[in-house]
Write a protein that binds this ligand. Structure first.
Ligand SMILES: Cc1ncc(C[n+]2csc(CCOP(=O)(O)OP(=O)(O)O)c2C)c(N)n1
Length: 333
């Protein structure tokens, strides 16, 4: 029987029933539980076929294109580590000159985005190119052997920030890339996480519809570099959000327009304990370890307060039904 309730199909349901477009097919060589592989699949699926991609050197480029194979089913170009932003700018200008509406995407890891590729990205954003830049953030230079980047969180162990008598892992704070990107006055910048696929899809579709530079920052656990079981990548990603350590937010220019609420913030130790990169904080009697844990908790508490994340407006965080809630008016930067 076709009740009124049954026939009221939302646009979202219609979209879900469509055959999925796959920009990246199976058969690539990512590690088991790779957050970046899942994120890239979700991004390309939501972006659809009418795109071209400039992809900086990094895990994603490497595991999808072991010569002579390619897992890509969209036009894709490998840029060097430092110039995905410049290549994407050139592609966009060329397509525009030909009168084509094909959207240009640029992909980079945190090393390629926060650090080495940043100059070209900044130029691309400032010149207003119609490009969606996606940063797949696994919080270190992973494909070259887990070196720290400016996105590596405070106190994490990497091969270049080992804990020892001098320090408890990485000394510095994770760079606040979204603030820096937003300071280019771009129309849209957002964070999201592989724990919330529908949030990724919605943000990509939103960015695709905007004429001008847009930026999406996706938190992507890396089992190898973070030292967790690959089967737990989603759980780890979700805890990063639920503790407040990785705020999921949306900005228009410098205005905070949306955030994913956290109903019951979890203590940061739940997140940290799942990962070997923080094990030194739990396996020593050194008083500095406790201080670091308190510091990390304070960082999470600050995020929750600063972005006004704690809320009970919806059952946000226990399912993929989670969503960024639009909030008006708060000046963010
Ligand atoms: C100018 C330059 N410096 C260093 C390298 C070596 N290199 C290639 S990929 C990479 C790490 C990439 O890290 P990230 O962008 O975070 O991506 P991930 O591998 O973690 O996905 C490094 C150091 C390079 N190719 N070019």
């Amino acid at each position: 029987m076709n009740t009124e309730k049954n026939s009221a199909i939302s646009i979202e349901q219609l979209r879900r029933n469509q055959p999925r477009f796959e920009g990246i097919k199976s058969g690539h060589r990512a590690c088991l539980g790779c957050g970046q592989a899942l994120a890239a699949r979700l991004v390309t699926e939501a972006a659809g076929p009418d795109v071209v991609v400039a992809n900086a050197t990094g895990c994603l480029e490497i595991f999808t294109t072991p010569w002579p194979e390619s897992a890509w089913h969209i036009p894709w170009m490998h840029s060097v580590f430092e110039n995905a932003g410049a290549i994407a700018s050139g592609m966009e200008a060329a397509l525009k000159a030909q009168g084509k509406s094909t959207k240009v995407l640029a992909f980079g890891g945190d090393g390629g985005t926060f650090d080495i590729g940043f100059q070209a990205i900044s130029g691309m954003l400032e010149r207003g190119h119609n490009v969606l830049y996606v940063c797949f953030d696994n919080e270190a230079y992973m494909n070259t052997g887990i070196q720290r980047s400016s996105s590596t969180p405070h106190a994490a162990m990497t091969t270049t920030s080992p804990p020892g008598s001098e320090r408890m892992g990485k000394r510095h704070l994770k760079k606040d890339i979204l603030t820096i990107v937003a300071a280019h006055h771009i129309p849209y910048a957002a964070t999201t996480s592989i724990a919330y696929p529908s949030d990724i899809r919605k943000k990509v579709r939103r960015a695709m519809d905007i004429e001008g530079p847009t930026f999406i920052h996706i938190h992507c656990p890396c089992p190898l570099g973070w030292g967790h079981d690959g089967a737990n990548s989603i759980k780890v990603a979700r805890l990063a959000v639920q503790t407040g350590l990785f705020p999921v937010i949306e900005l228009e220019r410098t205005e905070l327009i949306g955030s994913m609420p956290i109903r019951h913030p979890k203590p940061v130790v739940e997140y940290l304990k799942m990962q070997q990169r923080f094990r030194h904080l739990f396996t020593t009697k050194d008083a500095r370890a406790r201080e670091e844990l308190e510091h990390i908790q304070a960082l999470a508490d600050h995020n929750i307060k600063h972005f006004n994340l704690q809320g009970d407006t919806m059952d946000a965080l226990d399912s993929d039904g989670a969503d960024t809630v639009r909030r008006g008016g708060m000046r963010w930067a």
